[in-house]
Design a protein around this ligand. Structure first.
Ligand code: G
Ligand code: G
Ligand code: NA
Ligand code: MN
Length: 254
């Protein structure tokens, strides 16, 4: 109850922030876009990571207003970057299970795009396998609607869920994000290497883009580029950062 109240207080007091982590296109090193990651900027405790409050917010339903705020803020900030003269970037936003299951999920997104003026192709939604397994035919319909609008879909934390591979055949998605747990020791552990290689080959054959998460070192990057991974995200390139820092970062990278 205390944490629930604290969360409500945080919502009321606008203590949430989005931090943005760049996603890097191979070969050129070009920035393709960003993933928006929520942080709770607590007046006494400093930054609190989503692992500590997203689950609870799901349980209490507070995830719904929170997710609306996340989507609106991420879209608005992406429009702002473009207005500052940067090239067009794709903004990736995490979707929670409860948010996805709401009847008005697609309408809410369409409304937010309209209100913020963000073009649909500049929005990507990140969903986990577990969200999509809930009700596959329904999920496929929703994904199809989103993709017809021009929004792209990434499968997050790939390889950590409990789903079978057969659904990859049917899901209308654009991208697979290899979970960072497979990347960490990919160079030294032949089992991780085999799994990562397998995911990349499969993604290529299925004509899906493949992104490696948790790229922390030059060695990771060099290794994964040789394996024909398409996109990279991790501390080696940049940590998630507030919008003002991101703007500075983008100026320095021009
Ligand atoms: O930022 P960090 O690595 O601590 O994020 C941990 C997890 O929290 C990630 O798996 C991410 O999917 C989730 N997360 C981060 N931001 C959001 C958000 O805005 N909405 C939802 N639903 N999940 C988020
Ligand atoms: O669950 P999801 O993949 O959406 O969450 C991404 C999380 O991974 C973010 O919370 C971010 O803070 C974290 N992250 C991003 N890059 C790295 C990295 O290079 N190493 C580690 N350990 N974590 C990272
Ligand atoms: Na994510
Ligand atoms: Mn992930």
């Amino acid at each position: 109850v205390r944490l629930r109240n604290a969360l409500q207080h945080a919502i009321d007091q606008q203590q949430f922030e989005l931090h943005y982590q760049p996603q890097i296109q191979d070969t050129s090193g070009r920035i393709l876009g960003f993933e928006a990651l929520i942080r709770w900027h607590h007046p006494e405790r400093g930054y609190i990571l989503p692992a500590e409050f997203i689950g609870l917010a799901e349980d209490t339903g507070q995830i719904i207003p929170m997710s609306e705020w996340v989507l609106r803020t991420a879209c608005r900030d992406n429009v702002r970057l473009n207005a500052l003269g940067f090239e067009e970037y794709v903004m990736a936003v995490n979707v929670s299970p409860m948010q996805f299951q709401r009847a008005n999920f697609v309408t809410g997104i369409v409304d937010t795009l309209k209100q913020t003026g963000l073009a649909a192709p500049l929005l990507e939604l990140e969903l986990t396998e577990n969200i999509l397994m809930e009700s596959t035919t329904k999920a496929i319909e929703i994904l199809q609607m989103l993709r017809r609008l021009g929004i792209s879909i990434a499968l997050d934390d790939f390889g950590t869920g409990f789903s079978s591979l057969s659904y990859l055949k049917y899901l209308p998605i654009d991208k697979i994000k290899i979970d960072r747990s497979f990347i960490r020791e990919v160079i030294s552990d032949h089992r991780d290497a085999a799994i990562v290689q397998g995911i990349i080959s499969m993604a290529n054959q299925l004509q899906l883009k493949v992104l490696a998460e948790g790229v922390e070192t030059q060695a990771h990057y060099a290794y994964l580029s040789k394996k024909m991974c398409d996109i990279y995200q991790g501390y080696y390139f940049a940590r998630p950062m507030p919008i003002d820092e991101l703007i500075t970062f983008l100026h320095e990278n021009e």
